[in-house]
Design a protein. Structure first.
Length: 114
């Protein structure tokens, strides 16, 4: 099955942090009702020459890729720069509060803290 993540089934991904800090990812495809579920095997590496075309190691449908991101988040992984929605929102909220205080100070008003 070249470049096909699954045929008529649904992919389930599971990410788990080990006690030594690595992340284990398991993939199970629930195929058509008359077949047993199938589990992904470990990725194998093969020697290549410079300039060779390299096939993708993994092709995921958009919803499966989103499931992988969600599972990695659940396992404790976060974007390196903290530029995700949570980190960026907190930074924006602090900046907005600073701007409010400056505006109230310039206007001779007192800001009320929540």
């Amino acid at each position: 099955m070249k470049n096909v993540a699954y045929a008529g089934g649904s992919m389930h991904l599971y990410a788990q942090r080990t006690h030594w800090g690595a992340i284990e990812i398991r993939m199970v495809c629930a195929l058509l009702p008359h077949k047993k579920p199938a589990a992904a095997k470990p990725i194998e590496f093969a020697d290549v020459e410079e300039g060779d075309y390299v096939e993708p190691a993994l092709v995921l449908a958009h919803d499966t890729a989103q499931q992988m991101i969600d599972e990695l988040w659940r396992a404790g992984l976060r974007p390196t720069e903290g530029a995700g929605s949570a980190g960026q929102l907190a930074s924006t909220e602090r900046h907005l509060e600073d701007m409010r205080q400056i505006a109230f100070l310039k206007l001779g008003m007192h800001s009320e803290k929540k």
